[in-house]
Design a protein around this ligand. Structure first.
Ligand code: 6GU
Length: 226
């Protein structure tokens, strides 16, 4: 899987790419993540990437030229181009599973007050990560990249994501580690019993209980993972 990310703030990705599971996935060549500075593609003598919007009102708008040239440079036969925007479809685990099957993604991070409407014509899909406004698409593109990378074979143990919240429309069951008694709060007896069938039953019940309490909408919404 290759993921190319177009941004005007490449430095935002340093910590993300150099930490923990994402870092190891890159080192093990399970995913190739490349950050591209949109400015590099600007044909403007001052490497401008944005300008005032026609009609006035809002502030700076990303210009089409650098982004069109970047996509033209990076796009191959099997590429899916995704625009990060609060106007896109709301991101869900089901979309992560679908995208994890792709060979090559280009994620375009919008910024400032917006991007020229013509940039939309480049995109196969527009994604929002939720109903709130970020200063730019960078954090959203990291969310997408993280959630896809952990689904790639070999990145984490398969068991870890087979049990994920949302796969079965249920939130995760509670987990405990040492000590058995912490400030009077005890690990449930059944988890210490070694009785696998009872443990499975307990976990299923707890997951259902938690989901009913906190996210009853998940139980009504059918399948989330396709
Ligand atoms: Cl993808 N971009 C921005 N700027 N804000 C968002 C978003 C994306 N998703 C939710 N809010």
């Amino acid at each position: 899987m290759k993921i190319d990310i177009l941004t005007i703030f490449p430095e935002m990705f340093d910590g993300f790419l150099n930490t923990s599971i994402i870092k190891r996935a890159i080192q093990n060549k399970l995913v190739d993540i490349q950050i591209h500075d949109i400015r590099k593609y600007s044909k403007d003598p001052h490497k401008k990437v944005d300008d005032y919007g026609y009609g006035g009102g809002r502030g700076m708008v990303l210009m089409p030229q650098p982004i069109f040239d970047a996509v033209d440079d990076l796009k191959k036969e099997n590429t899916k181009v995704i625009l990060m925007t609060p106007q896109g479809v709301t991101y869900k685990q089901k979309i992560a599973y679908d995208l994890a099957k792709e060979k090559h993604l280009i994620l375009i991070c919008g910024h400032y007050e917006g991007f020229d409407e013509r940039i939309r014509t480049l995109a196969d899909m527009e994604i929002s990560i939720g109903d709130y406004v970020l200063t730019g698409g960078e954090l959203a593109s990291m969310v997408i990249t993280d959630s896809i990378t952990r689904l790639i074979d070999g990145v984490i143990e398969k068991e870890s994501h087979l049990n994920d919240s949302f796969n079965s429309n249920l939130l995760d069951y509670p987990v405990y580690t040492k000590p058995i008694d912490f400030k009077g709060m005890k690990v449930p007896e059944v988890l210490l019993s070694g009785h696998h069938a009872n443990i499975a039953k307990y976990r299923q019940n707890e997951a259902l209980k938690k989901t009913k309490q906190r996210r009853p909408d998940l139980l009504e919404n059918g399948d989330n993972n396709g």
